[in-house]
Every structure is written in structure tokens, then in C-alpha cells.
Design a protein around this ligand. Structure first.
Ligand code: G4P
Length: 295
């Protein structure tokens, strides 16, 4: 997509993040990698592995309230088959949050046994949250912290400014997340991130974006698309995205003076309804296309 070429991945951002995360690695036992359950592939930073080195990691598929639940199950199976610990949850209702601490303990079970063998029974487990902007890092940290309502003060001797939340007995979460930047090398990654609203709309042509999304939905999620906008699937089979957008605008009575269709308004509606899952719970990255996923 033309305009996405201007939203290049900024090496400067990533260098800053890399330094920040690397400086904290020695303080933590595991990394929670937040991904958006609708785009687990597009929301993953491909450099993550080299940044967090050998730290044990747990993948959290967040926003699963907006994803196709069968597809989320398939993603969990694929991740498991690749020996990646993963859970699915949503920070909106809090569903699935209780599974987080047990899953991290299970991920670290060998280490916990080794600590116990050295007499360090009950040693505090510390976890850092990382993820691309808008994936729900703050929501996740706030939710987990609210459950326990305890904030640990700055610890002397530990990097200044670090705050920790006790989120369970002997379990702490670093309160500042690591912001990762997505990579737009693969144009379909940038496009999917724009569809879900992770790329600021003010630098995008929203009519073009909505048109591309409509073509994608027509080819991959025709049932919810046609039912939401009362479209005939055979009538839109060969249409360009912009023509589908016009059709939706007309059906919704979105007209401007002179009887022209307000395609800008129609585009905003389509994008809004897709992003809020009003259009349906739709997963854009299919697990079966990422059988050998690496995180
Ligand atoms: P970030 O720190 O990774 O940048 O993300 P943040 O927590 O700020 O979340 C980004 C947006 O995603 C917020 O919406 C937040 O409410 C929403 N969100 C986070 N987790 C979930 C989830 O599991 N399900 C759903 N449906 N939404 C989630 P916002 O519109 O930007 O802010 P607000 O209206 O909630 O204040």
C-alpha cells in the first residue's frame, strides 16, 4: 500500500527499545509478549527473539474478545506445537487473566525447582511485558495490578525508576512495558495493522484503506460482511473495494449535497465497525499459514 511506505519502521525507535529492554533483562525471569489475537503474526516484532535473547517467554493473545474464537484455538495449538507457551485473554472483561500466573510458573518450573534446590524457596518471579503500540500492554498491566492492588516501591539498589506490581504471592510485574515497533517490510503486515487501527489514520487515505479492507473481507469473511451491510455476495464478487464502499454508503443513506455518496463517512463507518468487532469477530492472520511460527 502506497501510503504505508511512508510509515517505515524506524531503526532509531527500535534501538532505543532494544537498549531499554536489554538493560532490564537481568532483573526479570520471563517476558510476556503481548500479541493481538486478530493478527498474531502481524503484531509480532521479528527482532524480538534477538532482543530478549534466551529469556523464557510467554505469548499472550490479547483482545481475544474481538477475534474468531476457533482461530484463536488454532493459534494456541500452533504455538504449542512450536513449544511456545501461550494463553489467550482479553483485558476488556478480564476473561482468561487468571491463567497468566499459573502459565508463567509452569513455564519456569525447571528454574523454580533449581531455586528450591538452592534453598531459594518462594523466590519472587519477575516478568516484563512487551508488545507493539496499542496491543493492550497498559490495559494488561493495569488489570493485573488492580487484581492485587499492590504496588511495590522503588527498590534500592535496583535500576532507579523501576516500579513493580505484586500481582500474586511471590510474583511481580514490571510496570513499564517495552514498546516494540512492528516491521512493515511485508506490506500485508502494515495493511493488517492499519485495518485494526494500530497505524494512525491521519497519515492514511481512509477510503482507500476501507476499500482494501472490504475486498479482504469479501474474499475471507463474506458472511459477516454481507450480513452487516445487507449485501448480496454474488453482486459484490467482482467489484473493486471502492465500489463496495459506495454501495454501503448508499444503503446507509450517507449522501452529501447533490446526492453524491459520502464515501469518507462510509469509510469511517466500515473501519470503526471492523475495529470494534461490530462487523464480527474476525481474525486476519490464519494459524494454518504460520505453522512454523517463531517468537
Ligand atoms: P498499549 O499500552 O499497548 O499501547 O495499549 P493500551 O493498553 O493503551 O490499549 C489500546 C486500546 O486497546 C485501548 O482502547 C484499550 O482499551 C483497548 N484494549 C486493550 N485490551 C483490550 C482487549 O482485550 N479487548 C478490547 N476489546 N480492547 C482492548 P482505546 O480505545 O485506545 O482506549 P479506551 O477507550 O479503552 O480508553
Amino acid at each position: 500500500m502506497e501510503e504505508l511506505k511512508s510509515i517505515q519502521w524506524f531503526p532509531g525507535h527500535m534501538t532505543k527499545t532494544r537498549r531499554k529492554i536489554e538493560s532490564q533483562l537481568k532483573l526479570i525471569d520471563a517476558v510476556a509478549v503481548l500479541l493481538d489475537a486478530r493478527v498474531p503474526y502481524a503484531s509480532c516484532n521479528p527482532d524480538l527473539n534477538s532482543i530478549i535473547n534466551n529469556k523464557p517467554r510467554i505469548v499472550v493473545l490479547n483482545k481475544c474478545d474481538m477475534a474468531d474464537s476457533n482461530e484463536t484455538k488454532r493459534w494456541l495449538s500452533v504455538l504449542k506445537a512450536n513449544h511456545i507457551t501461550a494463553i489467550a485473554l482479553d483485558c476488556k472483561t478480564g476473561k482468561g487473566l487468571n491463567a497468566f500466573i499459573p502459565a508463567v510458573k509452569s513455564l519456569l518450573s525447571d528454574r523454580i525447582r533449581a531455586w528450591e534446590a538452592k534453598g531459594m524457596t518462594g523466590r519472587t518471579i519477575k516478568v516484563m511485558v512487551v508488545g507493539i503500540p496499542n496491543v493492550g500492554k497498559s490495559s494488561f498491566i493495569n488489570r493485573m495490578a488492580k487484581q492485587s492492588r499492590a504496588k511495590v516501591a522503588d527498590k534500592p539498589g535496583v535500576t532507579r525508576g523501576n516500579q513493580w506490581f505484586t500481582i500474586g504471592k511471590g510474583f511481580e510485574l514490571l510496570d513499564t512495558p517495552g514498546v516494540l515497533w512492528p516491521k512493515f517490510d511485508d506490506p500485508s503486515v502494515g495493511e493488517k495493522l492499519a485495518y485494526i487501527g494500530s497505524v494512525k489514520d491521519d497519515i492514511l487515505d481512509t477510503e482507500h484503506l476501507a476499500g482494501r479492507l472490504l475486498e479482504y473481507l469479501r474474499d475471507n469473511a463474506a458472511v459477516p460482511l454481507c450480513s452487516r451491510y445487507k449485501l448480496d455476495s454474488s453482486a459484490i464478487a467482482d467489484l473493486q473495494g471502492y465500489a463496495i464502499l459506495e454501495l454501503i454508503g448508499r444503503k446507509r443513506g450517507m449522501l452529501i449535497s447533490g446526492g453524491e455518496i459520502d464515501t469518507e463517512r462510509a469509510a469511517a463507518t466500515v473501519l470503526d465497525e471492523f475495529r470494534s468487532a461490530t462487523l464480527g469477530k474476525i481474525t486476519l492472520d490464519k494459524a494454518e499459514e504460520h505453522q512454523n511460527v517463531r517468537i
